[in-house]
Structures are given as structure tokens and as C-alpha cells.
Design a protein around this ligand. Structure first.
Ligand code: C2E
Ligand code: MG
Ligand code: MG
Length: 735
């Protein structure tokens, strides 16, 4: 141990180690005291600076921050109290310990009032002084730490309040009676209540009447911790008096509710005191709406809003069970519009859709409240008639339906006539299984169609399903290409003046292994619907091209060959390329190939078709409008296509005796010639038709008068004879 009394003092207490080396300013006008103090403090590892009087002190304090100031009071230049005031003004948190020879109570009080942290009398005991300095520094540090913690608390409280209030969920607390003690700001946008309006109110104010029991259950269980109630679906009521109800999007909100009981932790561990609940309500209105939409879509036809097949089956199941109890029969009707495909194809899908809407509405008018009307797809509707008295009830309703639907429908300026074929079966008489009842009604409906349409047919045991025949045709069609069952026939197109063959139309035939020779009407619709028409059409193109190449090799005069193109083919993205390929492979002159497209098909996808046909026309390929006059094209649009030929539909030609048809045909020929087109009249069967057409300056005709469609061999013979200069009479023989 050292002799120096200062050295022998105990070290500075560790609590005052903040900052590591506290910086002190010692102010005294007495150099000896100043020096003594400095030594004492420096030995205790304080960083000491001195000021020899009040003025020097002010300069030092102005320059830097001290952890504490030891200040003498009586100084000649500027006394301690003034320095104290300066410190209080400048750096209030620097503690000042007054070390003064003035030991009067007054001096001490004055100094302390002036902001001194402590007052030590001279002469001081070094240990006492050091202890007081330590204490002051420690107190200052604790104060600082406290302030810091307080600030952090305030910040954190602000932060939590922000989080709670900007939460997308409604957050609440309830007291033990179920009254709101806290609600976050979200409640305003969710339910239209301001938080003040809800505080103190019972929760039942915002619970939907039908969900009160469930809410009571949730809140009364008072389960705490992990056992709290979670994700309970409940509806909350919006403020009925709110100003902007539209913003709330409805009068109640579906929420998922959590609730956890709160218990007084101070209470005895044996008897927990319930003090309320807290929890969150998450708005799931949108999710519920989406679920409802999905559910709706799964069970309804989106166009008409009517039940679909699934819902129809459900209803039928329920009604069958009920029928068993009540012992009353029920009926299932299958309705199908007659010739709807024609309307859809010629007028377009938009008009077809509107027509279906009108039909749906009219059907509904004919039915009672408890009946189910469903759309099973396309133009197919189903009706369920529960609780019948007899079959004559069904007849009565169907008569009404047929009559109501027979009135014309007006859609976008079109007057459309529809009729409906109805098949019916009655349960339990005809069976009591859902699917077989629906199927039997469908079979009866097909029967009604085959018996002349626009009528009702009851199902009878042993009735064959024509549609299984369709399935058979489809299956056979898929095999027909591979088995080489198709064949092209050729119908000559003849010059009315000279009788010369100008070209042929290639017409498809199918040698069916069981049914014999089939014409397009027997299989093209099925091929269209199933898409098999695309490879078949491709085959027709190649086959026709090969035929022309054969004729060329045989040295026969060049003729035009027309090929019919169907909707699916034209829509196929590969269409243009497949035509070009055929032309290239057989090295044809593009002008020899003509594509026949019906006008309604052309109009269906106007822009895309114009593009495709433009490309084909650029390589010389010709375009004919088939069945002209039966569609609804406008000349304005027609003129946008690169057309070479108009083919007047045979329905006009066959009834040329009717004045009306005569003038229509006359106008069509005049128009075609005006547009510089080749006009061909189809279906010419008699000499008088031919003569009239010739009179009207129709220069080409096609029809049984000259020849029906003939085989490749016959067509070759015809061409060869023709090349040798045979006349018209021979052509007729060829048919
Ligand atoms: P279309 O293109 O209007 O062909 C004319 C139809 O009228 C042919 O019937 C033809 O045999 C028939 N016909 C010709 N002259 C007369 C006549 O004087 N009187 C009567 N009553 N009928 C006559 P077909 O061969 O049964 O073809 C029917 C329809 O099938 C064609 O109508 C065409 O739209 C379609 N079709 C034929 N071949 C093909 C093909 O290769 N591909 C596609 N996609 N469709 C084809
Ligand atoms: Mg044709
Ligand atoms: Mg035609």
C-alpha cells in the first residue's frame, strides 16, 4: 500500500463506470485546492479538466460536455451561482456538485435551488467527496437509462398501436360482461362504426341475429391460451345508420373469429378470475363470395343461369325420394331445339346465345314454381315435373311449351322461328334411377325428332337410342381413313351455251363396310362435331389434287376442280399450309383448284378468314361461295374476299317457276356478273331450268340435268370424250 493518502483510497465503484472514464471539470479560484482535487480525482481514473475561476469555467463548459462539474461558489471574477445558472441554461443534464467554503444553510439551499446536484462543504473528507461524486454520476446514469427506457416504451407503444390500428383484421377486447373495451380502427371500414360508438357496447350489437347463439358459445366458453376459439365463421352486422353504405359492400360481413379468455394472473392459482376476452375477426366476405361463385358455377349454366346437369340430377334425386313417400309420379322431359345448329352457324353464336336465353325464359313461363328447368348443354334443356296426377298433365304442359315456342323470336333484327322436340318419361312407371330416367327421356326426344320434330314422345320400352348410332359412326369415321373407305365423286360443271365441261366439284362418299355407300349428309355433321373432318378434309384435298395430276399426265384438257371446305378445316391454323402443300406436291396450277366455302362460314370469323383466303388467293387458288343466298352475308363484306365464283343454292334453282325465286336468281346473277364473278347455278334438274338460267345469262350450271356426281373413272372417260369433241347428250348419259 502507498503512503500517499490519495493512492490509498479505494478504487472508484464499478457502478459508476458509465462512461468508462468520466470527464470532470473542477472549478476553483484557489490553485492549491484545484491541484489537490485534480490529483485526488486523476488517481481515481477520472479524466479531469480544471478552470481557475468562473470565466474559465464558462469557456470550458461551452467547449465540451462533462459528466459532472465540481464547482466552488466564492470566486472573484464570476461566482459559482452564476456558473450554475449558465450550466442550467446550457447543458441541463450535466450535474454540478458545489464544493464550497460557505457552509451556511442558505448557501446550500441557494445552490441546490439553482440546480446543483449536491453540496459538499470545504474542507471535505476525500472519501466523502469521492462517494458523493460516485453517487451523483450513478444517479445521472440511472436517470438517463430510465429516460431511455421510457422513450423506448413510448415508441413501442406507438408502434403497437399503429400495428393494431392498421391491421387488416378487426381486433377487440371484451370485458367479463361481453362489452367492448377496445376495438381497433379497422372496425370503421369493416362495419361502419366509429370505435367510440362500440366501446362499452355489448358484442351482440354487431352479431348477425342468426349467429348470436354461435357467438355466445364462442365467448362464453372463455377458453384461454392454446384452447381459445379459433376461426369460427360468423356474420357481423354493419352499422345500419352509416353514411356511406355502398362503401361497405353489403349489410353484413362474414368473418373468421378467434376469441381467447383473459384471466387475472394475480388471483389465486386455485380460483382463476375471468376478466374478459380478446381476439381477432378476419374479413372473409370476398372469400365467401368467391366460394359461392364457384359453387354457383358448378351447378348452373352460365349463359342462362339455369341449373345444369349436376343440379338437375340432384333435384331429380330429391324428388324421386319424395315421390316414393307421396306415391305421386313425376316426369322427366328432354327438350331439344330443332335445327338450332343451322341458326347458330348462319347467324353466329351471339344470336344463337340470345335465342337460347329467350327460349329459356319462355320455357320457364310454361312451368310451375316447383318444377326444375335445366340447360344440359347446347340447345338441350331438361324439365323435371314433380307431383303429377297423370300422363295427360305432361301432355298438357308440352302442348303449351310447343305452342309458346312456335311464336317467332326477334333477335337483333332477325325474325327467328324455332320449334322443339320433347321426349318424356315418367317415374316410377318407367324406372326410378336418376341417370336412366334422363337417358330414356333423351332417347324419346330423338324419337320425336325422327318422327318429324316439334312434338312430344313418351319413352317406351325397347326404344333404340339413335345417338348410340352416332357414336358408332364417329368410331367408324376414325377408322375409315386408315382403311381407305373414302372415295371422291365428281360432278361436272357445264357451260350452258356450249355444253362443255368447265370443271368438277369433288363430292365425298364413304364406302361403309356394313351400310354401303354413304353421302355426306350421313356423316359430315358427325365428322364436323368430332373434329375428324380435319384429317378427312386434308385427304379430300390431296385426293382431288392427285386426280388433277392424273388427268394432266393422261393429256386431258385442264379443268377446274372444286373442293368443299368445312368450318373446322377453315378454323384449323394449319389450313392454309395444308392447301399449299397439296398444290405443291402435285405440281398443280393454283388456278385449277377452287375452294368452296359457304357464305355463313365465311362471315363467321371475318377478319381471320379474309387473312387466310388472301394468302391462298395470292398463290392463285380460287374461292367459290357455296350455297349462295342461304346465308346472311352482306355485299360490303363479301367484296373484301378474293372471290371468283358464286354458286347459287339449289333451293332457288329448283323452284324457278315461283316468280319470287326467279327475280332473286336474276338479281344474284346480275350481281355476280357485276362483280365480275363466275356464276354457277346448282341443282339444275330440268331443261326448262337450264333454259331460264341461260336466258338470265348464267353461263355455268351443275345438276342432275347434266350429270349427278360420278366416279373418278367415269369422270376421266367423260373428259376424254369431251376432248374428242362429244356434245351435251353424252354428258347427260354420264349421269
Ligand atoms: P354442296 O357443296 O352444295 O354440294 C352439292 C350437293 O347437291 C351434292 O350433294 C350434290 O350431289 C347435290 N346435287 C347436285 N346436283 C343436284 C341436283 O340436280 N338435284 C339435287 N337434289 N341435288 C343435287 P352431296 O354430294 O350429297 O353433298 C352434300 C353436301 O355435303 C355438299 O353440298 C357439301 O356441302 C358437303 N360435302 C360434300 N363433299 C364434301 C367434302 O369433301 N368435304 C366437305 N367438308 N363437305 C362436303
Ligand atoms: Mg359444294
Ligand atoms: Mg352447294
Amino acid at each position: 500500500m502507498s503512503d500517499d493518502p490519495i493512492e490509498s483510497l479505494p478504487p472508484r465503484s464499478p457502478v459508476s463506470t458509465l462512461p468508462l472514464r468520466p470527464r470532470l471539470l473542477v472549478v476553483d479560484d484557489e490553485p492549491l485546492i484545484l491541484e489537490g482535487l485534480t490529483r485526488l480525482l486523476a488517481a481515481r481514473d477520472y479524466d479531469v479538466e480544471t478552470a481557475n475561476g468562473g470565466c474559465e469555467a464558462l469557456i470550458a463548459i461551452g467547449r465540451q460536455q462533462f459528466d459532472a462539474v465540481l464547482l466552488d461558489l466564492g470566486m472573484p471574477d464570476l461566482n459559482g451561482n452564476e456558473v450554475l445558472r449558465f450550466v442550467a441554461d446550457r447543458s441541463a443534464d450535466t450535474p454540478v456538485i458545489v464544493v464550497s467554503g460557505d457552509s451556511t444553510i442558505d448557501a446550500a439551499i441557494r445552490a441546490l435551488r439553482g440546480g446543483a446536484a449536491d453540496f459538499v462543504r470545504k474542507p471535505y473528507e476525500p472519501e466523502e467527496l469521492l462517494r458523493r461524486i460516485d453517487n451523483t454520476l450513478t444517479r445521472r446514469r440511472l436517470e438517463k437509462e430510465n429516460n431511455h427506457i421510457l422513450q423506448r416504451l413510448q415508441q413501442s407503444e406507438k408502434w403497437h398501436r399503429f400495428l393494431v390500428n392498421s391491421s387488416p383484421d378487426f381486433i377487440y377486447t371484451l370485458d367479463c360482461e361481453g362489452r367492448f373495451t377496445f376495438v381497433n380502427d379497422r372496425v370503421e371500414s369493416l362495419l361502419g362504426f366509429r370505435s367510440e360508438e362500440l366501446l362499452g357496447q355489448h358484442y351482440s350489437l354487431v352479431i348477425h341475429e342468426d349467429d348470436i347463439a354461435r357467438a355466445e358459445h364462442v365467448f362464453n366458453e372463455r377458453r384461454a391460451g392454446d384452447r381459445g376459439a379459433r376461426n369460427i365463421e360468423i356474420r357481423l352486422k354493419c352499422n345500419p345508420g352509416m353514411r356511406r353504405p355502398r362503401l361497405m359492400n353489403g349489410r353484413c360481413k362474414a368473418v373468421e373469429l378467434t376469441a381467447t379468455g383473459m384471466y387475472d394472473e394475480e388471483a389465486s392459482p386455485f380460483e382463476q378470475r375471468f376478466i374478459g376476452s380478446y381476439g381477432v375477426a378476419k374479413d372473409i366476405t370476398e372469400r365467401k363470395q368467391a366460394e359461392e361463385t364457384v359453387h354457383y358455377q358448378a351447378y348452373h349454366d352460365l349463359l342462362t343461369g339455369l341449373p345444369n346437369r349436376a343440379l338437375f340430377r340432384d333435384h331429380l334425386g330429391l324428388m324421386l325420394a319424395q315421390a316414393k313417400r307421396t306415391q305421386k309420379p313425376l316426369a322427366v322431359l328432354s327438350l331439344d331445339l330443332d335445327h338450332f345448329k343451322v341458326i347458330n352457324d348462319s347467324l353466329g353464336h351471339t344470336i344463337g346465345d340470345e335465342l337460347l336465353l329467350v327460349v329459356g325464359a319462355r320455357l320457364r313461363q310454361c312451368l310451375r314454381e316447383g318444377d326444375t328447368l335445366a340447360r344440359l348443354g347446347g340447345d338441350e334443356f331438361s324439365v323435371l315435373l314433380p307431383t303429377l296426377v297423370s300422363r295427360s298433365d305432361v301432355e298438357h304442359i308440352c302442348r303449351k311449351i310447343i305452342q309458346v315456342l312456335s311464336k317467332p323470336v326477334y333477335v337483333k333484327g332477325h325474325e327467328i322461328y324455332v320449334s322443339v322436340s320433347i321426349g318424356a318419361c315418367v317415374a316410377p312407371e318407367d324406372g326410378d334411377m336418376i341417370d336412366s330416367l334422363i337417358r330414356q327421356a333423351e332417347i324419346a326426344m330423338y324419337q320425336a325428332k325422327s318422327q318429324g320434330r316439334s312434338r312430344l314422345q313418351f319413352w317406351e320400352a325397347g326404344m333404340q337410342a339413335p345417338y348410340s348410332e352416332r357414336m358408332q359412326i364417329e368410331a367408324d369415321l376414325r377408322r375409315a381413313l386408315a382403311r381407305n373407305e373414302f372415295v371422291l365423286f365428281f360432278q361436272p360443271q357445264v357451260d350452258t351455251l356450249t355444253g362443255e365441261v368447265r370443271g368438277f366439284e369433288a363430292l365425298l362418299r364413304w364406302w361403309h363396310p356394313q351400310r354401303g355407300l354413304l353421302t355426306p349428309a350421313d356423316f359430315i355433321p358427325v365428322a364436323e362435331e368430332s373434329g375428324v373432318i380435319v384429317p378427312i378434309g386434308d385427304w379430300v384435298l390431296r385426293q382431288a389434287s392427285a386426280q388433277m395430276a392424273d388427268w394432266r399426265r393422261a393429256g386431258l384438257p385442264p379443268v377446274r376442280l372444286s373442293v368443299n371446305i368445312s368450318a373446322r378445316q377453315l378454323e384449323n391454323p394449319d389450313f392454309v399450309d395444308s392447301v399449299m402443300r397439296a398444290v405443291q406436291v402435285y405440281a398443280l396450277d393454283g388456278h385449277q383448284l377452287e375452294l368452296e366455302i359457304t357464305e355463313s362460314l365465311l362471315m363467321r370469323d371475318f377478319e381471320a378468314n379474309a387473312l387466310k383466303l388472301g394468302r391462298l388467293s395470292a398463290s392463285g387458288i380460287r374461292l367459290a361461295i357455296d350455297d349462295f343466298g342461304t346465308g346472311y352475308s352482306s355485299f360490303k363484306y363479301l367484296s373484301r374476299f378474293p372471290i371468283h365464283t358464286l354458286k347459287i343454292d339449289q333451293s332457288f334453282v329448283q323452284d324457278l317457276d315461283r316468280e319470287e325465286n326467279l327475280s332473286i336468281v336474276n338479281a344474284m346473277i346480275a350481281m355476280g356478273r357485276g362483280m365480275n364473278l363466275n356464276v354457277i347455278a346448282e341443282g339444275v334438274e330440268t331443261e326448262s331450268q337450264r333454259a331460264r338460267l341461260q336466258q338470265m345469262q348464267c353461263h355455268e350450271v351443275q345438276g342432275h340435268f347434266y350429270s349427278a356426281a360420278i366416279s373418278s373413272h367415269e369422270a376421266t372417260t367423260l373428259l376424254a370424250r369431251h376432248a374428242r369433241g362429244f356434245g351435251r347428250a353424252e354428258h347427260q348419259v354420264a349421269g
